[in-house]
Design a protein around this ligand. Structure first.
Ligand code: URA
Length: 239
């Protein structure tokens, strides 16, 4: 999930026959275009999505990709796996091999998975500080009690990571069903939080991430996020 950002002079020297020291002259001769604008300085930043044209040659032209998938049970949140079908196997996207997973789900968890080739975006929406709510629908083995609500709000200590979970909102739907809202994604977090009460999670489904839902997307189906959805995510991010 690396964000490849570098200075213009370094980018040119790594992606053409010109040397680092040639780039000032190329700039003076107005031979480099960055996203359609004549480049001005050797220090200009080139991200993985900056279009770079030198003379008539396009050196880079990557499009950011943002994909939404409704993951079925038994599909692993990985890009390759010897035993199970992966979330990437389910995609029909022509550039699916460039994608990484933004927030994994366990093998038997169903629901919303985001994939992207934009590391900076993925990091941003995964950060607890961004406060983007991930909503899980949970089916439990034992009945729920109001005590869970208080404990989840206060946070649960995870000894392995030596952290206390961020305040989480639990809505009890019925004795065995709840809706849990988290702003982070620690390993097996939902199962471990209910494990605090020795209550086994029998079924788990991620229904939404921020404003993004699975409406209209059958299990196993995927599609690109729309411009409106991207803007809505941005608007929901606190930082
Ligand atoms: N928490 C879990 O325990 N499992 C998941 O798949 C997602 C969150």
């Amino acid at each position: 999930m690396k964000s490849k950002t570098c200075r213009l002079d370094r980018f040119i020297s790594q992606n053409s026959a010109f040397k680092l020291s040639d780039v000032r002259l190329l700039l003076a001769q107005k031979r480099i275009l960055l996203d359609g604008q004549i480049a001005q300085s050797i220090q200009q930043k080139v991200t993985q999505f900056t279009q770079v044209i030198l003379d008539d040659q396009c050196l880079q032209n990557n499009q950011p990709l943002y994909v939404l998938l409704n993951k079925p049970q038994g599909v692993v949140s990985a890009t390759t796996d010897l035993k199970h079908k992966t979330v990437v196997d389910l995609l029909e996207h022509p550039k699916k091999d460039e994608l990484h997973i933004v927030g994994r789900l366990d093998l038997n968890t169903t629901g919303l998975v985001l994939l992207s080739n934009d590391g900076a975006w993925s990091r941003k929406i995964s950060l607890p500080e961004t406060k983007l709510a991930k909503i899980y629908e949970v089916t439990l083995a034992k009945p729920l009690t109001p005590e869970y609500i208080q404990v989840f709000r206060e946070g649960i200590y995870f000894a392995y990571e030596n952290i206390t979970t961020q305040p989480a909102h639990l809505e009890i739907i019925s004795d065995y069903h709840a809706r849990l809202s988290l702003v982070e994604g620690k390993y097996h977090q939902v199962k471990r939080m209910f494990g605090y009460f020795q209550n086994e999670v029998l079924a788990l489904h991620r229904a939404s991430v921020g404003p993004i839902t699975l409406a209209g997307l059958e299990l196993g189906q995927s599609r690109d996020l729309t411009t409106q959805e991207m803007a809505a995510i941005e608007a929901h991010c606190v930082v």
